[in-house]
Design a protein around this ligand. Structure first.
Ligand SMILES: [Zn+2]
Length: 263
């Protein structure tokens, strides 16, 4: 088991990376790690995640009692405790507001399409969780029924939550989630998201146990959406548009020349 001093340093490092990548603003976000069956260590409230020190981290018992440090724990400490109670395989929890993933959460859209191999292998389907007031039971109660089946969650009108076997793993899932959201956003802007076939998805999910990841993925494939055919590239459309335009210009030019000749 990782010792407390190492966990404190890992939380500081993950907090700095979270802040530097713009996944949180101001003092937002919270990250924690399991120390043992009875205790966790979590980032403090009211401190920027980009500028924390190892001694700022707060040790809390599994019933929410502060066991060390003069700083207060994150106001979301009970959500973290709930995850550790329900998922014995989880040793770290990461909550942030990365802009693209949070954009999907605000738009009311889950990230549930089978699109990118790395996401299918390492992250899986990302459900949209109902909104709840931050800092209260309401915030994490809607997450509870989904906890056994997923490692990443979009929190409606709020942000994102990821869980992992250690601090780096939970943080990396947040990076993968935001990258996935960004790429999906760009593909939508370009006009189409092509999902993988069920056969291709199965090959990827078969690899999951080798990475120590559970097999449940449940994302939407092209068969589900009946869009297995990759659409014609956009360049074709552009060429057609250009040739139509050229045709029109030629016609207008010919008409003007004809009129000039008449005069
Ligand atoms: Zn938040």
């Amino acid at each position: 088991m990782t010792n407390l001093q190492t966990l404190r340093r890992q939380l500081v490092d993950a907090g700095r990376r979270t802040y530097e990548r713009g996944y949180v603003a101001s003092n937002d976000g919270n990250i924690s790690a399991r120390i043992d069956d009875k205790k966790i260590v979590i980032t403090p409230t009211g401190v920027s995640k980009g500028f924390m020190k190892p001694e700022d981290m707060v040790v809390v018992s599994m019933d929410g009692k502060v066991l060390s440090n003069s700083k207060k724990p994150s106001s979301e400490v009970f959500m973290h405790i709930q995850v550790y109670k329900d998922r014995q395989d989880v040793n770290s929890v990461c909550h942030a507001h990365p802009p693209y993933a949070t954009g999907f959460a605000v738009a009311g859209l889950a990230l549930d399409q089978c699109v990118l191999p790395e996401v299918i292998i390492a992250l899986g389907n990302v459900p949209l969780v109902d909104y709840g007031t931050p800092g209260t039971d309401e915030f994490y109660k809607p997450v509870v029924p989904l906890l056994p089946d997923y490692d990443a969650f979009l929190l409606a009108n709020h942000g994102a939550l990821t869980v992992g076997k250690d601090v780096l793993n939970a943080y990396h899932k947040m990076e993968t989630l935001e990258h996935f959201a960004h790429i999906t956003f760009v593909a939508n802007q370009l006009g189409h998201v092509t999902t993988l076939s069920t056969k291709d998805v199965k090959k990827l999910t078969d690899l999951r146990p080798g990475f120590g990841i559970r097999t449940n993925v449940g994302c939407v494939t092209c068969e589900d959406e009946d869009i297995c055919e990759t659409p014609a590239p956009n360049t074709g459309t552009t060429n057609n548009a250009n040739s139509d335009l050229e045709k029109q210009v030629t016609e207008i030019t010919e008409r003007i020349v004809k009129q000039l000749n008449l005069k």
